[in-house]
Design a protein around this ligand. Structure first.
Ligand code: AMP
Length: 537
């Protein structure tokens, strides 16, 4: 079982079908994609790379990402994706920890301060002449003698891999502490791919997935279900996330499917609204928008559906069980007459097909429905462990269950509602407060664009609730009105004791709010933030 067999299967079945696009420009058919991967595998082997060796990808989204990825797998190598927004020093730390032998880079991410990766045998800039030589058909004559597009007998064989061999060594985004290498196997990723069809979306060969979010994360591995279905893959020509470009690309190539963090969804919705596009117009550009990776608030998804139509599906997962935890289907999102629709909208949906979900107390005992505890996941999508880190593995994987560190509760229909990461819980005067409930309320207030609620140390209460609020452009927020809204919607003790009006929330490279940073700001309240109403906190 090797993920590259998926590519060979499609390439043999349908060699000339368009596969990879750079913007609207076709750059590879399935046959060309497979042949290039086989040839890259030949280069790896000629250089002495052995199955199980690591190849790092420190690349901005790029059509060659897909060729390097499947080329490395073809030779039985382990891919180490590195977020292109990381500092070169952080990327170097990952390369060292993974003991990668080669790296593929895009020049823009490694050109910082003229510094370069150390300790690698070869660094290939995928946009360089050096890379063109690697990719050029002639260069391979001596290696395996195959022409671009040849998927016949001359193709270098795919290195056999066992289902539990590692394919993708993904370093967790690390909102706290040093990143850990999550070992994801061929079995994990094939499970993820097959699950997509039952829990997220049906895919046909006419569909196109666009890589708007970083390919080093979940968005990139969504290549797998789309490859399984023989669909098309498009990388925006800018390599970036530009709503205008995505709308245009969708209209040119046909409706796009994509994975997007809530912040990206918001930008697409803003764009649709700003350009006065109807849900029917949006349907011409987008088929399915899968969102997840961070909380999507009920008010935001309601607006998204109102503006863009029924094209959303939510997933909840984490690097340790990539893209596979729960899903909130299009049908559930649209079932507005259901008596528990509001609760479902605020949930992350039901367990995806190959996994079981439990909610337990700190001793690992199941909690009754409706009670908040730690979310546990078990199934074939769950990682093999953390790379060379048995202590962290033993904490995360116990009795075959993945302890996610997320807090949530299950209802009688199997819907999981996340409250927070366990470390985000606020305990004030002995009562537990889940920031998410407060955030949900504040986001319904007019003029509020974004909210993050954290606990601040307090001599009397242990912690008090503080809300960091980003107003919509040009709006002056009325803090008394926000307080009145909280009093109306949630228990008194949960309402913020303090508001900090800020221009933006600190976020990591994947758009997750860095609550640790907000809490740090509150530890040293020497510089008060000026609120828009003139108060200082
Ligand atoms: P990562 O490992 O970087 O993908 O981060 C995974 C974490 O993101 C999870 O453990 C959750 O805390 C959060 N997360 C993922 N999906 C969702 C979702 N749909 N809603 C809320 N939080 C999510």
């Amino acid at each position: 079982m090797n993920l590259s067999n998926l590519l060979l299967r499609i390439a043999r079945m349908d060699p000339d079908r368009p596969a990879i696009f750079n913007g609207t420009q076709l750059v590879a058919s399935h046959a060309q994609w497979a042949a290039r991967c086989a040839r890259l595998a030949g280069h790896f082997q000629a250089a002495g790379l052995q199955p199980g060796d690591r190849v790092a990808l420190f690349m901005r989204n790029h059509p060659r990402y897909l060729e390097v990825l499947f080329g490395a797998w073809w030779a039985g190598l382990v891919v180490v994706p590195i977020n292109a927004k990381l500092h070169l020093r952080e990327a170097q730390w990952i390369v060292d920890n993974a003991q990668a032998r080669w790296a593929f880079v895009t020049a823009d991410v490694t050109s910082e301060m003229g510094a370069h990766f150390q300790g690698l045998e070869r660094v290939v800039d995928v946009g360089s002449v050096d890379a063109d030589a690697l990719w050029a058909a002639e260069a391979f004559e001596g290696l395996n003698g195959i022409a671009d597009g040849d998927v016949g007998a001359g193709l270098r064989p795919i290195t056999t891999r066992q289902p539990d061999d590692v394919a993708w060594l993904f370093y967790t985004s690390g909102t706290t502490g040093r990143p850990k290498g999550v070992m994801l196997t061929h079995r994990n990723l094939i499970t993820m791919g097959l699950t997509y069809f039952n829990d997220v979306d049906a895919v046909t060969a006419q569909d196109t997935i666009v890589y708007a979010a970083p390919m080093s994360h979940g968005a990139g591995i969504y290549a797998i279900p789309h490859l399984m279905a023989g669909a098309r893959h498009a990388v925006p020509a800018s390599g970036a996330m530009d709503p205008d470009e995505l709308f245009a690309l969708g209209r040119a190539l046909g409706p796009l499917s994509l994975f997007a963090a809530p912040t990206i969804v918001k930008r697409l919705v803003d764009q649709a609204q700003a350009t006065q596009q109807s849900p029917q117009d949006c349907a011409l550009a987008f088929k399915t928008i899968v969102y997840g990776g961070a909380p999507m608030y009920a008010a935001d998804i309601e607006r998204a559906i109102r503006v863009m139509g029924p094209r959303f599906v939510q997933i909840y997962g984490q690097g340790e069980s990539p893209m596979v935890g729960t899903a909130l289907s299009r049908q559930h999102l649209m079932d507005v007459t259901h008596p528990r629709h509001a609760q479902r909208l605020a949930s992350v949906g039901v367990a995806q097909t190959p996994v079981q979900i439990r909610v337990t107390d700190t001793d690992g005992q199941d909690l009754p429905l409706g009670e908040v505890g730690e979310v546990l996941i078990k199934g074939d999508s769950v990682m093999a462990g953390y790379w060379r880190n048995p202590q962290a593995t033993a904490l995360a994987l116990r009795g075959g269950w993945l302890f996610t560190g997320d807090m949530g509760m299950l209802d009688a229909d199997g819907f999981l509602t996340l409250k927070d990461r366990s470390k985000d819980l606020i305990i004030s005067g002995g009562s537990n407060i889940y920031p998410r409930e407060v955030e949900e309320v504040l986001l319904t207030a007019s003029g509020v664009a974004e909210v993050a609620v954290v606990g601040a140390p307090d001599a009397e209460w242990g912690e008090v609730v503080v809300a960091f609020v980003v107003p919509q452009a040009g709006v002056t927020l009325d803090l008394a009105a926000l307080d009145a809204l909280c009093l109306q919607e949630i228990a008194r003790f949960k309402r913020p004791k303090r508001y900090e009006i800020v221009a933006a929330l600190p976020k990591n490279n994947y758009g997750k709010v860095l609550k640790t940073e907000l809490r740090q700001r509150l530890q040293t309240p020497l510089i008060p933030f000026k609120s828009q109403t003139g108060d200082t906190a």
